[in-house]
Structure formats: structure tokens, C-alpha cells
Design a protein around this ligand. Structure first.
Ligand code: R1P
Ligand code: URA
Length: 289
């Protein structure tokens, strides 16, 4: 089937619509970050940078690290951006952009998010590296795709029951990360995470400034959720979308997040920049080892 111009949208130079990238710009290992300013913090460790492109919130550098070709790309904040970022990354490898058709041979990317997060527990202090084994999405993105086969429905249903989740919000979903890439990143330095992905930073993560929340206990209920040995470790805004889209499209995804805020104690890491640099080097070294 040939894809319509309004579905597969390309720029005049043949690059994909939002990312502004051509297939040759992309490495097999793609690091994603929320913040465009984190891209040069990662690529400064590269041996060289051969591609530098920037469109909207998507800033991309491709080069080599210790001889291995890696792309680092910002996604901006939230799973709405992740829908675009992951779809267009997949287009770059699995669609023939000239013929506007799916390629016969499908390719899997290794996708690793390097992000920041808030911990829900005193026992996971600021400075921890949380490696998300699984994510719980509050964003509803997976329900816009045929996704039943990749979702851990029993865990999501237990969560809805235990937290008395309001049906006015999207139904939560649970999806696992990619074991092939998670196993490269696990070590005594990482904490295994079950990551809650929120649709915002303030109200959706229980932060009260001037606006009241309908359920002020929600963060406590999320922190108290238990299913067998599982509990939710941390909150951020992209991992569920990355895991869900990667599973649907056949890519391997992992998400490692630096705890910058501890929501149980109220602390915020003062040396977040130093800790982030340590986590970046840790992740790069594990990826090429
Ligand atoms: C909120 O401050 C942002 O920080 C976290 C959240 O997921 C959200 O995107 O990740 P990044 O530091 O990667 O942006
Ligand atoms: N990112 C989030 O989404 N939440 C936090 O508390 C910290 C970083």
C-alpha cells in the first residue's frame, strides 16, 4: 500500500516532517532526552559529531562514542511528543520514504531515554539512577493503537482498584521495557524501576501551588500501590509512551532516569548537573560495552 502525502509527510529535502531527519542521519542506538539542552551534554562525550539538526523541540546529534555510532535526540516533554518522535524514528528505518511503502525487512532500533524524575519514596534518594523495568502510563496513548497484546492488563486493573482511579481521567496502562537493552544497563548502580508516566508536572504529579486538586491524596495512593512485589518507584513524563510505541513498532527500549526530586521528603538535588553527567557517562559506557 502506498502511503498518502497527508499521512507520510515529508519536508522538501525528503526529511521526515517533525524530526527533520533523513534515514542516513540516524544510528542504530538512539538516546532520547526531554531537554534539547541535554543533547550537547551527551554528544560532547562523542569522538566526533557528524550530524547536527534541529527542528522544533527535536534537536539531534549523531556521532561515535568509543567507535560506536550513536544518535542523541531531544523529544521535548510528554507522551504526545513521544507519539511523534517514536513514529518518525520508525519511519526512518522501516519505511522506504521514496516509494512511500513499508520495507520488506523490518529493523529494530535500540532506544534509551536518559531523563530526570521524581522519586516517590524516601528509600530512593536524589542522585539515584532508576532503570525502568516497566512503566505505568496515565496518558492514554496506547489506547489510540491496537495494543492489547503488549499491555500488562492485570497490573493496571489492580492499580485502578487500589487507587480508586477516577474514570474522568484516561485509563492507566502498564507496559514493559525491552529486556535486550535493559540487561545491558542494569548494575549495582541502578535501581529497578516501575515508573509512573504522568501527563503533566504540576497537578498530574500532585504539586500544589495555587490550584486545588480533586484528590490531594493521589500521590500517596500511587506510592502505596502494591501488586505482588511491585510498587511504583518514580514519576516522569515519557517512559510509558516510549515503551509502548517501541513494543508496537518492534524496537528495544530502556529508560534510565536521575532522581532530581524526592516527593516523599520534599528535597531537590542541588548538584543535578554533576549527577546527570555521571549518569550520561555510565549509560554511554554500558551501551558500547
Ligand atoms: C519535567 O521537568 C521534564 O523532566 C523529565 C520529565 O519526564 C519531563 O520531561 O524528563 P526530562 O528531564 O528528560 O525532560
Ligand atoms: N521530572 C518529573 O516529571 N517530575 C519530577 O518530579 C522531576 C523530574
Amino acid at each position: 500500500m502506498t502511503l498518502h502525502a497527508s499521512t507520510l509527510i515529508l519536508n522538501k529535502d525528503g526529511s521526515v516532517y517533525h524530526l527533520g531527519l533523513l534515514p542516513e542521519d540516524l544510528a542504530n542506538i538512539v538516546i532520547t532526552v526531554g531537554d534539547p539542552d541535554r543533547v550537547p551534554l551527551i554528544s560532547e562525550h562523542f569522538d566526533n559529531i557528524k550530524v547536527r539538526k534541529h527542528k522544533r523541540e527535536f534537536c539531534t546529534h549523531t556521532g561515535t562514542y568509543k567507535g560506536t555510532r550513536i544518535t542523541v535526540m531531544s523529544t521535548g516533554m510528554g507522551t504526545d511528543n513521544i507519539d511523534i518522535a517514536l513514529t518518525e524514528l520508525d519511519l526512518l528505518v522501516n519505511i522506504d520514504l521514496k516509494a512511500k511503502k513499508e520495507k520488506k525487512e523490518q529493523k529494530s532500533l535500540n532506544i534509551v531515554r536518559i531523563g530526570t524524575t521524581g522519586s516517590l519514596h524516601k528509600s530512593i534518594p536524589t542522585g539515584s539512577f532508576v532503570l525502568s523495568e516497566m512503566a505505568l502510563g496515565f496518558d492514554g496513548l496506547m489506547y489510540y493503537y491496537k495494543s492489547d497484546d503488549i499491555l500488562e492488563t492485570d497490573i493496571a486493573e489492580a492499580f485502578v482498584r487500589q487507587t480508586d482511579w477516577s474514570p474522568k481521567k484516561a485509563t492507566p496502562y502498564v507496559v514493559k521495557g525491552g529486556e535486550n537493552i535493559l540487561k545491558k544497563l542494569r548494575s549495582a548502580k541502578t535501581i529497578p524501576g516501575f515508573t509512573g508516566t504522568n501527563i503533566g508536572f504540576y497537578g498530574p504529579q500532585g504539586r500544589v501551588l495555587r490550584l486545588e486538586l480533586p484528590d490531594p491524596e493521589l500521590n500517596d495512593k500511587i506510592a502505596a500501590f502494591k501488586h505482588n512485589d511491585l510498587f511504583i518507584t518514580n514519576l516522569e513524563m515519557e517512559t510509558s509512551g516510549i515503551y509502548g510505541m517501541s513494543k508496537l513498532l518492534g524496537h528495544n527500549a530502556a529508560s534510565i532516569n536521575l532522581v532530581v526530586a524526592n516527593r516523599a521528603t520534599g528535597e531537590f538535588a542541588e548538584n543535578a548537573d554533576v549527577l546527570m553527567n555521571e549518569m550520561i557517562i555510565y549509560t554511554l559506557d554500558k551501551l558500547v560495552s
